[in-house]
Ligand binder design. Structure first.
Ligand SMILES: Cc1cc2nc3c(=O)[nH]c(=O)nc-3n(C[C@H](O)[C@H](O)[C@H](O)COP(=O)(O)OP(=O)(O)OC[C@H]3O[C@@H](n4cnc5c(N)ncnc54)[C@H](O)[C@@H]3O)c2cc1C
Length: 500
């Protein structure tokens, strides 16, 4: 144990990571610690990060955020899925929805029954049994509260990243977080322990703390530039290393899903917001120059651009230790995985919740650090595998990029999962994996990977009964869709928005 009671928490950075960290720590630990956030408007934030996944609703609830105010103030829309276009082959698309196709049975997953039914002549697609998909295709949304999980419709949001940071800042300041504006120019460490004692701003002001949360973005001001913690590079598996982002005018109708459109050496996101579309191209700088990337993005916008392009460089991987000495790296300072599955904001949420669980109230203990780092590593690696899957199991032959990612060696953990599925149809969620079996199933099948077999338990009913079961699940999934409002009507009525 090396530091005494933790009273003063200093958060370095006021992007999404900084403000989420401040809000969670203040809300849950504010009775015993003070929270001081330092940010610099001159440096600014990364300014992207607009699509989320369902656990964000838990974060908002925990912070006591009113959903209607949140949607209004961040220009948010609802998100039920990501539509992947051109990923397996050009011209084809599939959805990864937040729902679950079919119904979960106690001992035998739905996809085994589905596979047997297919072998017996069923012509439906997996997604015909998924309420989220059906609502996406119909452009509809509603909150569906049902005690029966078969008709749940899990959702997340798209929002304007800078409005979200502003929204959280207001919330944090109401809760008692102190904000300090200024550029940190030097960092003071304890001569014996190497722990950070304080940071000094350009105007000479010194801010001391017991625990520092490094939310300074890619630069990793404390975790890397000061403590030199090191970085595990995953770019041999995920070769995209740049993005160009450019907003465009909104579509007349907003869709309740993100689009991810594969190109010859990367992919494009399209995120519908109330006031504009968020767009960007994630690409490999070994295959496209920046100008080529901008050309591809510009010619695939669909609506008129309304801002200048912004280029972002990144290196996929993770900080070797997310927690080192008295510094915890949260957000981009802790590592980066491209936004293909919108996981970065979730990683922030999960990192700060983990910190709360392991909070060193009466002094930092090495075992807490080890546990924190072990859990972080597992989480990063599981998401990494899921993202690699999208690239690796492609059937595109139109560029060297797609051939290379198809032929590359992938992590053993991912290989095992793919081989198990192709051998037997078995699919298991690894311990604490963010992505459930239904997510893996949709991406595997969407990318054209076929289950090798189905479980014999699916033979436990006659053919007639099996087809009756499929028909009844399909009916249950389809029934709510007709009653849902259009996505735009939902936003207008639920949040009393003025827009058409
Ligand atoms: C192209 C791209 C697309 C993305 N899309 C998504 C998405 O759809 N969904 C998703 O979940 N995530 C997405 N992300 C990730 C998401 O943008 C980040 O996780 C999120 O914005 C958090 O960033 P941050 O707060 O860690 O860093 P930043 O936003 O960079 O904030 C860093 C902060 O540190 C401050 N700072 C730095 N140095 C100093 C200093 N010396 N003194 C004082 N202050 C300092 C800055 O002023 C700023 O306030 C995307 C990322 C990229 C690159």
């Amino acid at each position: 144990m090396t530091k005494n009671v933790i009273k003063d928490v200093v958060i370095v950075g006021g992007g999404t990571a900084g403000w989420i960290s401040a809000a969670v720590i203040q809300r849950l630990l504010g009775a015993t610690v003070s929270v001081n956030l330092i940010e610099s408007e001159d440096i600014g934030t990364v300014g992207v990060g607009e699509a989320t996944i369902p656990p964000i609703t838990l974060l908002n609830n925990m912070l006591g955020i009113d959903e209607k105010a949140f949607i209004r103030e961040t220009n948010a829309t609802m998100k039920l899925a990501i539509r992947f276009e051109n990923w397996r082959v050009n011209g084809e698309q599939y959805y990864h929805t937040f729902g679950a196709p079919g119904k979960s049975f106690a001992f035998c997953q739905f996809h085994h029954y589905f596979k047997r039914a297919q072998q017996l002549g069923l012509e439906d697609s997996l997604w015909d049994y998924d309420l989220n998909y059906l609502a996406c295709e119909a452009g509809k949304f509603a909150h569906i509260a049902s005690p029966d999980p078969i008709i749940e419709m899990p959702y997340a949001y798209h929002f304007d990243a800078s409005l979200y940071a502003r929204f959280l800042r207001k919330k944090c300041e109401q809760m008692g977080v102190t904000r300090t504006e200024g550029i940190i120019t030097s960092v003071q460490q304890n001569a014996d322990s190497g722990y950070i004692d304080s940071v000094t701003l350009k105007d000479g002001k010194k801010i001391s703390g017991d625990l520092f949360v490094d939310c300074s973005g890619f630069r990793g001001l404390l975790i890397q530039q000061t403590l030199n913690t090191g970085y595990e590079d995953w770019s041999h598996w995920l070769p995209c290393d740049r993005a160009v982002a450019m907003p465009s005018e909104r579509h007349e109708k907003t869709s309740p899903f993100t689009r991810s459109i594969a190109h010859t050496a990367g992919w494009q996101w399209r995120i519908p917001l109330q006031h504009r579309n968020g767009n960007g191209l994630v690409y490999s700088s070994h295959h496209y120059t920046d100008d080529q990337a901008l050309d591809i993005l510009s010619s695939n916008l669909e609506t008129a651009p309304i801002g200048d392009p912004k280029y972002i460089h990144f290196r996929t991987g993770r900080r070797r230790k997310q927690w080192h000495k008295n510094v915890i790296a949260v957000g981009l300072s802790g590592g980066f995985l491209e936004p293909l599955e919108s996981t970065s904001i979730h990683l922030i949420q999960s990192a700060v919740v983990r910190l709360v669980h392991l909070f060193p109230h009466d002094g930092i203990k090495q075992k807490q650090i080890e546990e924190y780092n072990k859990q972080s590593q597992m989480e990063f690696e599981q998401i990494r595998d899921f993202i690699i899957l999208h690239y690796h199991v492609n059937e595109r032959n139109d560029s060297q990029f797609w051939k290379d990612v198809r032929n590359m060696e992938v992590p053993e953990s991912l290989m095992h999962k793919i081989e198990l599925f192709t051998a037997s149809g078995n699919l298991f969620r690894a311990q604490n994996d963010l992505f459930l079996e239904s997510s893996w199933l949709q991406v595997l099948m969407g990318q054209g990977v076929k289950a090798g077999d189905y479980h014999p338990l699916a033979n436990g009913m006659s053919e007639k009964k099996l087809f009756e079961l499929m028909a009844s699940i399909k009916k249950i999934k389809n029934e709510p869709v007709g009653k849902l409002a259009s996505h735009d009507d939902f936003l207008r009525e639920y949040c009393r928005l003025q827009r058409p």
